[in-house]
Write a new protein. Sequence first.
Length: 224
Amino acid sequence: MSVQIAPSLLASDFARLADEAYAVADTADWLHVDVMDGHFVPNLTIGLPVVEALLRHARLPLDCHLMIEDPDRWAPGYAEAGARNVTIHAEAAGAPIRTLRQIRAAGARAGLAFNPATPVDPYADLLPEVDMLLLMTIEPGFGGQKFMDLVLPKIARTRELIRGHGGEIWLQVDGGVNEETIGRCAEAGADMFVAGSSVFGAEDPAAAVKALRELATAALADER
């Protein structure tokens, strides 16, 4: 496993999205974009027009996390626009296999996300259809929440499922990831980390990304 860091623009200054994206372009791997519709989660953020604008300026690939109702309808459009990874929620998708395949057919990686209380095991048969599993380590909707330690065993169990499946599926964690929690996530089996407040709330976002990467890399090395 290699560490990947995806700063979440949810914690950035929405009036300066392009500048915020540039600030981490040299140290991060992805830009994580939280799309929320005010229905699936109790928050309203940005949608496809803003993603399309970001794609014209961002130097990093976009990792779009759709926290929306009816992702079967909307998700393929994000891949068609140029997002490199599009993640839908297991709890919201009515036809997950079809939608995941449409995302891939449009040229993006396909991700499947799970809220903290949603078990992954019932979805193990979908592993051939995904390139990434995303485990929420907070209740989705708002940034700045405290990391839920109770999700750590779920991370470990998901890593076991991925190993059993074979192939290369990334395991992403999202919520409360900072210098105190990223090592524990890596030790449990995560290899892709979404960090919002700990990056864009720092005086030097680029340096914050570098520090997080070093901590996660060290934790993975200890596990080996």
